[in-house]
Structure formats: structure tokens, C-alpha cells
Design a binder for this molecule. Structure first.
Ligand code: IDP
Ligand code: MG
Length: 154
């Protein structure tokens, strides 16, 4: 089982897409183990987007991400990081394949609805940036017995 940090960005929240996007993850078999609805400040975003600090789009990205509330989630599942990235689609909505979240719901470059960790190292760093260890909830969805078979679970 892997955990990944997912953020429903301000555009997803403002456009009323939280429910539809979360439904896609739930239907796929990912489990919510932490959630918080909040507004992000520049200080936290500087840590989260540390790798992009020198990029020309960085100031606009921080402005966008701090302008309005976001839903921050930790999702858990087998290969959760790669599965979520695949479901999100390419970074820019207009390049993302139909069937992906960004491909189905957006056409913008920076307003691309959703963030997802891109590696196990990033996931660990990002989860601990947004949640304390005791805020991650261990639980068993009743239906998961029919989502993952014994081979999936190793
Ligand atoms: P990712 O979200 O698919 O991992 P990254 O390259 O990590 O993409 O970029 C982080 C975020 O910065 C993107 O999701 C997008 O919101 C924004 N961004 C990336 N590149 C550009 C750009 O060229 N113009 C405007 N915004 C960008
Ligand atoms: Mg990224």
C-alpha cells in the first residue's frame, strides 16, 4: 500500500468539482485516509513547490494556489502514486487525454484542478508537510475485499 498527497486546487473548488473528482478516486479503489479543507499561505506553498522556485511560472502559481481554499487529501492504495498521476493526466489541461481528470475538466496550463505527488520521496515529504502523523486515519472500507485480491496485496 502506498500513500499520496492530493490537492484539489482552487479552480476545482470554485467550479464545484470536488465531489466529482473525489468520486473518480473512490470508484477506482483509492481510500481517503486524511482530509482538510483550508486556505494555503505563501510560506507553506514555498515549501510544497520548492522545486519550482526559480521557474518563471512560480509567482503566478503561488498567487493562484493561495487565492482561494483547497481540499488537501491523503489517498491510499496499491501503487497509489502512479495510479493517481495516471488518472490526473498531463500537466496542461489542453494536452491531457480525454478520460483523465485534467483532460475531461480543464483546458488551462496553471489552472489544472489537481496536484498529486510524483514519487514516493515527494509523497512522504508532502504528506508530512500538510498532516501530522496522528491525523492519518487507519480504517478498512467494507468493499475493499472486492477491490484488491490477494496478489494485489502481495
Ligand atoms: P504537475 O502538477 O503535473 O506535477 P509540475 O511540472 O510539477 O506539474 O508543475 C506544478 C504546477 O505548476 C502545475 O500543476 C501547474 O499548475 C503549474 N505549471 C507548471 N508549468 C507551468 C507553465 O508553464 N505555465 C503555467 N503554470 C505551470
Ligand atoms: Mg509536480
Amino acid at each position: 500500500m502506498e500513500r499520496t498527497l492530493i490537492i484539489f486546487k482552487p479552480d476545482a473548488v470554485q467550479r464545484g468539482l470536488m465531489g466529482r473528482i473525489l468520486t473518480r478516486f473512490e470508484e477506482k479503489g483509492l481510500k481517503v485516509v486524511a482530509a482538510r479543507f483550508r486556505r494555503l499561505n505563501e510560506e507553506l506553498l514555498a515549501k510544497h513547490y520548492e522545486a519550482h522556485k526559480e521557474r518563471p511560472f512560480y509567482p503566478g502559481l503561488v498567487r493562484f494556489m493561495s487565492e482561494s481554499p483547497v481540499l488537501v487529501l491523503v489517498l491510499e492504495g496499491v501503487d497509489a502514486i502512479a495510479v493517481c498521476r495516471k488518472m490526473m493526466g498531463a500537466t496542461f489541461g489542453r494536452d491531457a487525454e480525454p478520460g483523465t481528470l485534467r483532460g475531461d475538466f480543464g483546458v488551462s496550463r496553471s489552472y489544472n484542478l489537481i496536484h498529486g505527488s510524483d514519487s514516493p520521496e515527494a509523497a512522504e515529504r508532502e504528506v508530512s508537510l500538510f498532516f501530522d502523523a496522528d491525523e492519518i486515519v487507519e480504517w478498512q472500507p467494507a468493499g475493499h475485499k472486492w477491490v484488491y485480491d490477494a496478489e494485489d496485496l502481495g
